[in-house]
Each structure stands twice: as C-alpha cells, then as structure tokens.
Design a protein around this ligand. Sequence first.
Ligand code: GLC
Ligand code: CA
Length: 539
Amino acid sequence: MRKQDWWKSAVVYQIYPRSFQDSNGDGIGDIPGMISRLDYLEKLGIDVIWLSPLFRSPQDDNGYDISDYRDIDPMFGTLADMDELIARAGEHHIGIVMDMVLNHSSDEHPWFIEAKKSRDNPYHDYYIWVDGEEGKLPNDLKASFGGPAWEYVPELGQYYFHEFSVKQPDLNWENEKVRREIYDIINFWIDRGVAGFRFDVLELFGKQPLNRIIANGPKLHEYLDEMTAATFGGKNLITVGECWNADLERAKRYASPDGRELSMVFQFEHSFLDQGDRDDKWALAPLDFIGLKKVFAKWQTGLRGEGWNSLFWDNHDMPRIVSRWGNDQEYWKESAKMLAIVLHGMQGTPYVYEGEEIGMTNTDYPIEEYRDIELLHAYREKVEAGMAPEEMMRAIHARGRDNARTPMQWSDEVHAGFTSPEGQPWLKVNPNYCHINAASQVDDPDSIFSTYRKLIALRKEDSLFTEGDFTLLEEEDPDLFIYKRQLGERRLVVIANFHEVERHVPMQEWLTAGEVLVHNYADRQADTLRPYEAYMIRR
Ligand code: GLC
Ligand code: CA
C-alpha cells in the first residue's frame, strides 16, 4: 500500500512511446522497448512513468485520437505487454500513469462510426451535433489544428464539433451515458493496476460550443466531482489534469486537498512568457524573465496548503528547455543543469520529460522532415496567409512540437541506439546524438543526468523539498533567480544566474554557512556567478 499523498514526494518521468525505444526494428518505440529501459529509469530514481497515449488509434495526432480505450495499438504491443510493463515497472518501484484523452475520440472509434449513421442511432448523442446546411457554419470557431471547428456530414444534414482535427470529434459530456462509459474505462485501467492518470485537456469537458464556451464550462466541476467519485476517488492514485487556462482560483478547486477532484493540474502560465501573442504560439518574443520569477512565486505561495503544484519545463507539446531558456551550444551543460536546479528546488511534483535528463535539444530540420499535425497545418496556414516561409521555419525550430518528439538519444551508435541499424526512425534523430546521449552520461558524475539523479534523490530524502515554504528574493534582479525554502529552522537556498553574463555576488557567506547540495561548475568562486552558474545550498 502506498502512503497517503505519496505523490507529493514523487518524481514523474514522461515517456512519448513512439520515441523512447524501438525493440523490433520498425522505427517506432514500443512497450518491450520500454521494459528494456526500466533499469535506466530506476537508476535515474523516478517513481512514476506517465505514458503518452498508446491505446488503439489511427495516429492522426500520434495517439491523442483513440479508437479503443481498452486496447493497446499493435504498433506499441499488446494488452498483455501492457500488463507486463505494469508488473515489471512495479518491481522497479515505478508506477504507471495512463494518458486519458476523454475530451474527444477518434472518428474511427465505433461510437462515432455508429453516431454518423443516423440521428436516431443510440450513439448519435455521444458527440456534439448541430443542424445546418453545407457551407453555413454554425459559428466561426476555429479548430486548434487548422480550419473551422465544425465538420459537415451531408447524410445527416448536421455538423459535428471538433476542437482539434476533423478526425478528433468531441465527446458530448452532457450525455450521462457518455460519462458512464468514460468512468467504466477509467475503472478498467484502475483494475489493471495503474498508479494514476493524466487527463488530456480536461478543462474542456463541459464545453458549449454554440455559446462559444470551450474551456471552463458551467458544469465542468460537477462532471469532475462525479468522475472522481465514480472512479479514483479515495484510491490514493496520482491524477493530473492538463489545464491551459487554469488560474490560481481554478487550480485550488481542481487540486483541493479534500480530494474531491485531482492531485494537481498542469498550468501553463510560465510557458506564455516568451510568446508575443497569448493566442499564437508561433509569435516569438524574448522571455520576460522577471515575469517568470513572479509567476513561479505566485503559484508557489498561492497554492500553499490549498492545492499542489506540478513542476515542469518540458513535455511532448513544448520545445526543449535547454534550447528555449538555456544555451544549447557553449553553455549547454551548465544551463541544462541550472534549469534543473531552479525547478527541482520548488514545492510540487516534478515532471521530467524523456531526454530532458540528458539535455536533449531542439531541431532545425527542413519542413519535409517534420511529422506533427499541428506544425504542418500551421505552416500551410501561415505561409498561405503571406508569412515568409523562412520566418515560419524560425518559429517552428523554436516552438514546434516535434522538437520534443525526436527519438531518445541512447548512445552514439547508428540511430542513437533508438532502433536497429536497419530500422528507419519515424522521425529523424537529432544529429547531435553523437555527443548528446545517455550512454556517455549515466556513469559520469559531472553529467546532466547525474544532476537530475541527485535532485530526484534529494527530494525523497529531505522534507524541506516537499514541505518547506517558498520566498522569492531579489524579485527585480534582471539575471538572478534566488529563492529560499524554509521548514522550521532549516533552509534551502537556490541561487541561479539565468543569463550568459558574469555577475558579482557575495557568495562567501552562503558557501561557508551552508552545505552545497548541487552546483554546476567544477570550482567555486567567492564573489562571482559565472554564466548560468547555479547553487543549491542547505543550512
Ligand atoms: C493535448 C495534448 C496534445 C494533443 C491535444 C489533443 O494538448 O497534450 O498533444 O494534441 O491535447 O488531444
Ligand atoms: Ca517498434
């Protein structure tokens, strides 16, 4: 039995199944591949694996379009392989979190195939339909992956709503039968022994597209409370919802300590701070660094005692953090470690995205090499609208989702050891695998991997990490990120230079009075912080 709220001292590792480890030479990662890497994950020290979806799927959005929630896509293995993974991971003290995509299904899900047959079909109401005429859209809502959010089905004389691609029709949460089906699915996976769930775009569940309400519909929390009670409530699992629009007040409701809803949410406020336009991820802007510190401080203090934070830089939808806010060239190692130190000293549950622990970087491929539906749609749309292709490519190199999805770099062997030498990886391996790879880092005490490993171990040894309160210092400093955690008499201080400048900082006092837990340079200087230099000190 796991202890109550065990996930507060846990560290989660996210696997993107197609990119982690291929075992059969078809160029696509799979479950047997994951099983073969459990030793590596145990060495890193993580407690939980969050698996991006590996359910049966036509793969229009790499598995975020599910056609059978109770089966595994043959590309990844079988249900028996999945049971084996759950069992084997358990032997390594690792729990499995499934990624539940319940806002929409695939258009190839049997429910949708039935729903499309006639208005009287018992599954018709499983989706969101509006009567209409061809060419006269119900309103001007746009889909996230391009084009209108409404698709016409001439045989029915109706439009269906899809927030994402046309192959991802939205489920009708207002239909109680749909909700019951969904709860059965969640219980199916609880019975198979998973440790928890990540809920894809959970804040969209109560949408009313005709009223132009997409996120945070009026019945959202009614549904979430109902879902919790009918499934994981009281079962001591880890649950996290993806909530792009969460503010502090909403997060307190989602993650309230009474366990009515979730353990925590992913909120994204920090990830908008280098975006020129809140609604356009391709609008590049320099990072508002002081804003970044304030956003973290707001969430750290705001949720204290009234919720729980998730801590993350990267995921399968984000660019690589070392390329984004570090320097992936001259200061690659220093800046990757600095970013880890800053994040892992905070209160919350840290998430490490595959390859982040070895400092994997963004890509700069030509458009033909990319595979992501969002990126390819956006390229077409922007260029048709008159944007210069080179300018859009700059944005894609900085923000495209395929930056995070390139195969895991295991070694300096051909294809980075991701697939067999004859295999063709489904997405081009980042050519820098020759010097950025796991094999060269696992046993090197000075590696990025070793820094992550140390940070993960510390969180489990010392309650200062999980319980200490948080104070941001030197709020307005343009380069330094300094904060303090305190628990009784004990203190943890993180002092980080976020930029490529040298700064005079009287470190002497800190260094003599405290114990340096983690540092990212070989030697110490009493009065200077070098580019990206960072200390974690306990006293
Ligand atoms: C979430 C996922 C993303 C997916 C989308 C649609 O944002 O993280 O990868 O494309 O939902 O399911
Ligand atoms: Ca494979």
